[in-house]
Unconditional design. Structure first.
Length: 220
């Protein structure tokens, strides 16, 4: 008698807005490209498009509104309680626009991923496309990384490199980068749920080999 197939990995996704990366991951799960199940989508803002998108996939949603809490620490405690109700194997930050407290990060260390629209370590924080254009960069892109206590500073998993065109503006560059976001985030989640991607002693490993500082690089 064959042993029973393991249950799909349980994924909780945190959003603050449109949820386009969440949708890309949900589509990959629906197609069984990712052997995982999104068990909840949690937003810190009510009424955002991402909640409707999650509902269209039949995914339970919840709002933990950060404006209802007097401190970042209090909000994070309530958010952790909400997440832990779903016993996730992986927590995915998909356009979640909150700086997390060290206690929160430590709780999900090694099982929390984030996506950031730059080739980290360049351009941590906001306005990444504007900054790349102002610097005259010939390449820009997007990075999926493990979350550490340093803002946008955890070990890189995978990057998509996007050429900066001579006639690019912020909107055109953002649009092309976002296309690549929807490619590489499902890949990173797939690797994690397959057990091929891990974080050990502050470094990212793929198939038991330590990844370079850039992570795996793909050219768009």
């Amino acid at each position: 008698m064959n042993p029973e197939k393991p249950e799909p990995s349980r994924i909780v996704i945190l959003i603050s807005g449109s949820g386009s990366n969440m949708q890309a991951i949900a589509e990959a799960c629906t197609k069984r490209e990712i052997d995982g199940e999104i068990v909840a989508v949690i937003s810190n803002r009510p009424g955002v498009m991402g909640l409707d998108r999650a509902t269209s996939f039949g995914v339970p949603t919840q709002v933990v509104d950060h404006t209802e809490y007097s401190s970042r620490e209090e909000f994070d405690v309530h958010l952790m309680r909400a997440i832990d109700e779903y016993t996730p194997d992986l927590v995915v930050l998909a356009g979640f626009m909150r700086i997390l407290t060290p206690d929160f990060v430590r709780r999900y260390k090694g099982r929390m991923l984030n996506i950031h629209p730059s080739l980290l370590p360049k351009y941590k924080g906001l306005d990444t496309h504007k900054r790349a254009l102002e610097a005259g960069d010939k390449e820009h892109g997007v990075t999926v990384h493990f979350v550490s206590e340093d803002l946008d500073g955890g070990p890189n998993v995978i990057q998509a490199v996007v050429p900066v065109l001579d006639d690019d503006n912020i909107d055109t560059l953002r649009t092309r980068v976002q296309v690549q976001e929807h490619v590489i985030y499902p890949i990173a989640v797939k690797w994690f749920v397959e057990g091929r991607l891990t974080m050990e002693k502050g470094d990212a490993y793929f198939d038991n080999e330590m990844l370079p500082d850039s992570g795996v690089q793909l050219n768009a």
